[in-house]
Write a protein that binds this ligand. Structure first.
Ligand SMILES: Cc1cc2nc3c(=O)[nH]c(=O)nc-3n(C[C@H](O)[C@H](O)[C@H](O)COP(=O)(O)OP(=O)(O)OC[C@H]3O[C@@H](n4cnc5c(N)ncnc54)[C@H](O)[C@@H]3O)c2cc1C
Length: 138
């Protein structure tokens, strides 16, 4: 965090340094605001912040819960982890893994809330394709 002493800013109004992007960036999501609030509280109290985790976002669209972990924009490979949505089948129940240089950098799920969270630590560690597919059970 940067700025004036004794002033903290978070949420939609604040651009925080994003090491993955290498720039200050506003991430306008409820989950970002909650994560940043915990970090600001620790900063005010002078305690250790919670360990950094990959970004997580969810949104309900037309009755389908869409959840995103990490980043997908720079990925060079998309792999179906669950469901048939990537092959033209039912979208609901589909989970896709996004790999960059062989490391898992993002996961997006469509109507599969019970499946997706297992991938958050794998995105955090940049797990390789074999590890991710083993976790998926595919
Ligand atoms: C239509 C819509 C859908 C969204 N859907 C999703 C979603 O599905 N998933 C998701 O993660 N995020 C979603 N978002 C984004 C999410 O709402 C924001 O990222 C989040 O609310 C940001 O929290 P915040 O505390 O920074 O700002 P806000 O939640 O906007 O809170 C700011 C508060 O400040 C108050 N305020 C403003 N000016 C003043 C003033 N001068 N004095 C006192 N109070 C003031 C406002 O009334 C408000 O209560 C959506 C946003 C919109 C608009």
């Amino acid at each position: 965090m940067a700025g004036a002493d004794g002033v903290w800013a978070l949420g939609d109004a604040a651009a925080w340094w994003d090491p993955a992007l290498g720039e200050h960036h506003r991430s306008e999501h409820w989950t970002t605001t909650i994560t940043q609030a915990a970090q600001v509280a620790c900063d005010i109290l002078g305690t250790e912040p919670p360990p950094a985790m990959p970004p997580y976002v969810w949104s309900d669209q037309f009755g389908l819960k869409i959840q995103t972990i990490g980043r997908t924009g720079a990925a060079d490979e998309t792999v179906a982890l669950h469901g048939a949505g990537l092959d033209g089948g039912a979208v609901k129940g589909t989970v896709a893994g996004y790999f960059t240089g062989g490391a898992l950098t993002g996961v997006v799920s469509f109507g599969a809330p019970a499946l997706v969270m297992r991938y958050r630590p794998l995105v955090a560690s940049g797990a390789d394709r074999r590890t991710v597919l083993e976790r998926a059970g595919t």
